[in-house]
Ligand binder design. Sequence first.
Ligand SMILES: CCCCCCCCCCCCC/C=C/[C@@H](O)[C@H](COP(=O)(O)O)NC(=O)CCCCC
Ligand code: ADP
Ligand code: CA
Length: 549
Amino acid sequence: MEKQVTLLSSQLFQKHRQVEVVLNRSVLAWKPVEKSRKPCSGTCDSVQSYSVEVCEIVAVRKTEDDDQDAAQTGKHQKKTKQLYPYAFTVSYVRRTRQHQWRCSEVTFHCANQALCEEWVQVTNEQLSLLTNRPKSLLVYINPFGGKRHGKRIYEQKVAPMFRLAGIATTVIVTERANHAEDHLKTEANLDKYDGVVCVGGDGMFSEVLHGLVARTQNDHGVDQNQPDAELVPCSLRIGIIPAGSTDCICFATVGTNDPVTSALHIIVGDSQPMDVCSVHHNDVFLRYSVSLLGYGFYGDVLSDSERNRWLGPARYDLAGVKTFLSHNYYEGTVSFLPAEDDVGNPRDKLQCRSGCSICQHNRSSKDEHGDVSEEKEKPGKDDSSDWNEIHGKFIAINAANMSCACPRSPKGLSPFAHLADGNADLILVRNCSRLDFFKHLLRHTNKDDQFDHPFVEVHRVRKFRFEPECHKLVSLEDLSEPPTKTGYSTPLGSWSCDGEILPEVAIQVSVQCQLIRLFARGIEEQQQQQQQCVSDDPCTLCALEPTTD
Ligand SMILES: CCCCCCCCCCCCC/C=C/[C@@H](O)[C@H](COP(=O)(O)O)NC(=O)CCCCC
Ligand SMILES: Nc1ncnc2c1ncn2[C@@H]1O[C@H](COP(=O)(O)OP(=O)(O)O)[C@@H](O)[C@H]1O
Ligand SMILES: [Ca+2]
């Protein structure tokens, strides 16, 4: 292992004791100088030092007198202030339960001003070397998403952290649907920004996605209407501050729907590539999807829920019950191009986690500039002979481009789907009894396998098409009732595309591998989650309360 060069090492004062503080390029560490130390009385085994990775330091600043006065009221503290009148505070990421991050602080007191300023300067120099961190962000807030708390969440929980981290922001509170999308497509000067942040739900994310992808394709002269066009990846990353109803894109990429955690992932400059499904009808571009493309059950839930938007997130529960009771099924033909053999399968129990090897493997197929390697260009890869075709009556047809985990279903619609493997999991739920369908739905909420039913099949696919049963095609004049979809006499459902209803039922879908990047890192494994306590008395990692939320 490479030996780390010490940049600074000093004896400083922290709380009521003297500490040896050391900074190298990757770690800030400190430990008490005294020989005798009481063990940690918290939940961890006490060892003798604390450490914070430099890449997880949010900010370092000189501690103002006011801050010191507020923190130091006791006799000891007054004495500390006399002996060590200068201080600096380091704000850093602390992992708590269930993938949540918090911003903690530690203040070091110094005997002389020059030393204090040196610590602030050298630590800041190290932070400035972290070039993946955003310096300037364009933020869109949907004030009406979810429980309508978006503006408050941003102002109270997120903006102060961005300020602390020295990130400049341009904030736009949207005034109508499609405001963010239109602004990104035509007006925004994107050269000024290192990323775009949306405050809202999956629908708001979808707006930002459409705006950014369309803008990028326009700038590069790529026609989105061509289903086989090689789309150019977006250079700006997208951050999501969850303030919507489902927020599954945030949940499935971070592991929690928590604004403070998401803000910290943005600040430290995380990057998570994401696949995007492009959806076409007869060679006309319809929409992109990142989470769920659902026909039948989820399409019906979505259409019904739109009527009750005023209910907020609860609209989905009401619509879910109504749709379940109506127990509709839809006939049609699904054709799909299976994934390559080396990318796993939807039941292999290999969860997509931070640094996922399956997604990393696929990364090699697209270089930094979005050029496609020879491997992907091999002729015959899309041979019509590779396509499979299934005809049937379906209660639901779901294409999950990622797990679609969310608080309603913590493991998601397809628990082993991958964020960036270039494939989607296509789930076909054939017509079955209400009770069987209920059992299938229930398994989305517990540990049982929702695919382990004779009426459910699931395939990992690169592309798929759906054609509704249309042999009873009639002329428009024959239809006395307004048709659900023009020209068909058999009942048609609709596709929900990340929470938007598609205007067409017959669709062609193609997964665009790693078209965008988020300010996220994928869900961390449990070991990464539990930051090891390396403290002593009193153990701040065990006992400190969050300081920012
Ligand atoms: C007997 C209990 C059954 C419970 C079954 C729960 C299964 C839940 C699966 C949820 C998948 C969610 C996929 C995400 C879709 C979102 O993109 C979309 C829009 O989100 P937003 O803009 O934040 O509102 N949300 C939905 O389509 C809602 C699906 C809710 C289904 C009950
Ligand atoms: N100012 C606004 N007024 C009305 N609708 C808006 C506004 N801003 C965004 N929207 C639309 O609201 C829809 C839902 O937003 P979203 O933030 O996803 O909330 P939810 O998760 O509750 O559906 C999105 O499709 C978006 O286009
Ligand atoms: Ca995928």
